[in-house]
Design a protein around this ligand. Structure first.
Ligand code: PLP
Length: 360
């Protein structure tokens, strides 16, 4: 077996322990004589899987009792519609547009009501997080929406915006469980799991109970109502059962690592190694304002497209995969999620140093 260091932005690297445990259980999960893939979602064995997953996630994130945890489908993108359909009671919401995903959410919300773009960093290719200490929050806004970690551009909010009492809704797809968060500051925290938690196909929504009701926009499909899923314990219809099972294993792995404080420390150490090198390199440079740098996604460029392409090709040959930057930014991007070991980042930096020497 040969594993590469996989720097993909998502779907992304998962802990090897989780993968091998799942492989060992593939033919016979816990004495059931079948794989979780083959199991009824109404079985006791699966009920235990989803209950344990929820309990472990609650413990990891210290989720207060007045929040529901929902395991849904449709990816993070489906939430771009579900959020306004369920929350826009006054037909208005405020969006902070810090990248493509926030922009898509803002554009989708315009289908359902008045979606105001109250701040953006598009003027500088989303390379920073705008000042959010005194935003022009709309009086009638039902919520303020952010994308907390911008996967494509590599920026992250270091402080949450001052929403002036309005409900905060946050897409944490690419920073989920990478560090502790205070759940009580949010109305909704949600994310696709395919970056930091599990396989594509599951989206986790953590939602304050008072935001769940039948009072949704007219015509909202049953499947797109939070209440449908909250009332049914995420088992209204067949859930993405295998994906939830893997998420559960990742939660156990995170607990074993020491929880989110420990992950934060680890992630800071990994990111520092790469950022420190970028700051001293004469060939490569980071593309993001230092104060807003993400711990998870690190874009960088040489400034020469051909050299960038050569780097990506040679890195791949050296077992460092998926370093090509997003098509809208160019250059390179190293995604260094929870499951990327320190040694992976070390290998990358060593390779970059060699490449710099050979190509300057
Ligand atoms: N939000 C963020 C921050 C993302 O990085 C992505 C995907 O990369 C999405 C939303 C869209 O996720 P999905 O493909 O699950 O709809």
């Amino acid at each position: 077996m040969s594993r590469v260091y996989n720097f993909s932005a998502g779907p992304a690297v998962l802990p090897e322990e989780v993968l091998s445990e799942a492989a060992a259980e593939m033919m016979d999960y816990n004495g059931t004589g079948m794989s979780v893939m083959e199991m009824s979602h109404r079985s006791q064995a699966f009920q235990e899987i989803i209950d344990t997953a929820e309990a472990d996630l609650r413990e990891l994130m210290n989720i207060p009792d007045n929040y529901k945890v929902l395991f849904l489908q449709g990816g993070a993108s489906q939430q771009f519609a579900m959020i306004p359909m369920n929350l826009m009671k006054h037909g208005e919401a405020d969006y902070i547009v810090t990248g493509q995903w926030a922009k898509k959410a803002w554009q989708e919300a315009q289908k359902y009501g008045k979606a105001n773009k109250i701040a953006t960093s598009e003027d500088k290719t989303f390379s920073y997080i705008p000042d959010c200490s005194d935003l022009p929050i709309s009086e009638n806004a039902d919520y303020v929406y952010i994308c907390e970690n911008n996967t494509i551009y590599g920026t992250k909010y270091k402080e949450l915006p001052n929403t002036k009492g309005k409900i905060l809704v946050s897409d944490v797809s690419s920073c989920f469980l990478s560090e502790p968060v205070d759940v009580s500051k949010y109305g909704i925290i949600y994310g696709g799991v395919q970056k930091n938690i599990g396989p594509a196909g599951v989206v986790i929504v953590i939602i304050r109970e008072d935001l769940i009701s039948d009072d949704v926009l007219e015509g909202t499909p049953t499947m797109l109502k939070y209440k449908t899923h909250a009332d049914a314990g995420s088992l209204y219809n067949t859930p993405p059962a295998y994906g939830i099972y893997i998420c559960g294993k990742v939660f156990k792995w995170l607990k074993k690592q020491g929880g989110l404080e420990a992950m934060k420390e680890r992630n800071e150490k990994k990111a520092k190694l790469l950022y420190d090198y970028l700051d001293e390199s004469r060939l490569f440079k980071g593309t993001v304002e230092k104060k807003d740098r993400s711990l998870m996604n690190v874009p960088f460029v040489t400034g020469d497209k051909e050299l960038d392409a050569k780097f990506v090709k040679e890195a791949k040959e050296a077992g460092l995969e998926n370093l090509k930057g997003h098509r809208t930014v160019g250059g390179m991007r190293a995604s260094i999620y929870n499951a990327m070991p320190y040694e992976g980042v070390e290998s990358l930096v060593t390779f970059m140093k060699k490449f710099e020497e050979a190509n300057l």
